[in-house]
Design a protein around this ligand. Structure first.
Ligand SMILES: [Zn+2]
Length: 290
């Protein structure tokens, strides 16, 4: 069986075709934020229609970079690209492509991808965090994404780590995303995150904020493992070693919760693999009404 997987992000979008669990096609392109929803739909359909002929596919999974109302299969909104409020993205794709589609937000898809195929196999519960343009989170518990009562679980990016901190795009002050995400690092320090992370003095300060955000996850969820994906996670040991040490230092003294924090194994493809895993729900009874 072949599956089309789509990862719609704020700075890039990726598409792939899987044969079974093996990726056989893959394309990455830049997202034109000014182009909005119409531009994005055109680009997606161009490739999707081309691939419908060759290599072909019979179902489609989507990871969307913004809140998704999973039960209703609708985009709630996009914080990075305009025009997506209340969008029936799977419905639109189904009508044009003629195959069943299923969608979740990209962090939930990334979490599922790492849980089924990546660094989180066998970990329960698993917390996945994407640390890139923004910060997103996803929880996998007993093999399934834990979405919460209204599909908003795991949104770690807007927990507050500095109440008197700078203003976030969401209107609150000192959000985890506002202090630690790539977009804001670049704006605050006028250097790309990649460059900043080569400086041990910067990393030493940065992990204090990063650990403050992750401490919330450990205290609330006691995850068997935390997997971090996204561009910043590519810094490797020079980020993860100080981060683990700082998180241990910040943990409440009596807590014996494990500190197991690792980079994503699927690197840039966690969401695509998650979109693939998501399509398994199309056949199951827990599928939302499409
Ligand atoms: Zn915020």
């Amino acid at each position: 069986m072949k599956t089309l997987a789509i990862d719609i992000g704020g700075t890039q979008f990726r598409m792939a075709v899987f044969q079974g669990d093996r990726m056989i096609r893959r394309e990455t392109r830049a997202t034109d934020r000014a182009g909005g929803r119409e531009w994005m739909m055109q680009r997606i359909l161009e490739l999707a229609l081309e691939w419908r002929e060759e290599p072909g596919y019979s179902r489609c999974g989507i990871g969307f970079g913004g809140p998704v109302l999973f039960d209703r299969q609708r985009v709630a909104l996009s914080t990075h690209v305009g025009g997506w409020s209340d969008a029936d993205l799977p419905g639109e794709l189904e009508r044009v492509l003629g195959v069943p589609c299923i969608m979740d937000n990209d962090a939930n898809a990334g979490a599922l991808g790492e849980a089924v195929f990546g660094a989180g196999v066998g970990c329960d519960p698993l917390f996945y965090m994407t640390l890139s343009t923004g910060i997103g989170g996803g929880i996998v518990w007993r093999g399934e994404v834990l979405r919460g009562a209204d599909s908003y679980a795991g949104e770690i990016g807007h927990t507050v780590i500095r109440p008197d901190g700078p203003l976030c795009l969401c209107g609150a002050r000192g959000c985890f995303e506002r202090i630690c995400s790539g977009l804001w690092l670049e704006r605050d320090y006028e250097r790309p995150a990649k460059e900043l992370l080569r400086d041990p003095a910067f990393v030493a300060r940065y992990v204090v904020d990063l650990a403050a955000g992750l401490k919330t996850v450990v205290m609330l969820l006691n995850p068997e493992r935390i997997v971090i994906g996204g561009g910043i996670s590519k810094a490797g040991d020079r980020l993860f070693e100080p981060l683990r040490q700082e998180l241990k230092r910040q943990m409440t003294s009596w807590s014996r919760a494990r500190i197991d924090v690792v980079p994503a194994l699927l690197v840039d493809d966690s969401v695509l693999f998650g979109a693939l895993a998501l399509t398994r729900l199309i056949d199951s009874t827990s599928v939302p009404t499409l």
